[in-house]
Design a protein around this ligand. Sequence first.
Ligand SMILES: Cc1cc2nc3c(=O)[nH]c(=O)nc-3n(C[C@H](O)[C@H](O)[C@H](O)COP(=O)(O)O)c2cc1C
Length: 210
Amino acid sequence: MTTLKEKNIADVMKERSSIRNYKKGIKIPSEKLEQILQLATTAPSSWNLQHWKFIVVQEEENKKRLFPIAYRQQQVLDASAVVIVLGDTEANKNAETIYNEAVKAGYMTEEAKNDIVNNIQQVYQNVENVGVHEAIRNASFAAMQLMLAAKANDIDTCPMGGFDPVALREELNIPDRYIPVLMITLGYAEKPAHQTSRFPLEEVVIHESF
Ligand SMILES: Cc1cc2nc3c(=O)[nH]c(=O)nc-3n(C[C@H](O)[C@H](O)[C@H](O)COP(=O)(O)O)c2cc1C
């Protein structure tokens, strides 16, 4: 088996596809799962506010609770794990902690920290819906990294937006502060993904301006 280090990132991207049929009853080794989650947290984020939380569901009983919420999509039951990626709509509240650490580590001065923290609070106070937009945008980067890190570890995934967010919040006691952005199944493929295609580059790239 190729280890993470030996895999080329472009190959990992090309090999990833949305797997909906998983081998049942296989547990992902906890150190592997931890490594995947750790890699997901290396994602970039606005002001490094790290607008993400991950709910990791592995118990059969708890996957069963997710099944109706995910509109009875079978992969939720069969996958080894389901990770719910949450976006933090109040990530500005993390600023002080994150930037205090940066000062402590010698990455910036106290003065620079105060400027940036002040700037963040101003934006969060004054820009309409900034908390929600930033939560979804930034948590999505972590979600993508999680899927690539999983694939690099020979674990397949399926990103899922097909779930009832209100029912999910209630079932898992998700605080109002967090938005469920994506459900991701993780496991070992039983069947390959449906084949998909992409628009050719000339249809998606606009040079300089529309
Ligand atoms: C935001 C988002 C939501 C998705 N929701 C679902 C879903 O609820 N169920 C599902 O089976 N696939 C879902 N998918 C997977 C897409 O169908 C899939 O990514 C797309 O068809 C391209 O195929 P590929 O991922 O295999 O390349 C979702 C993908 C994304 C990015």
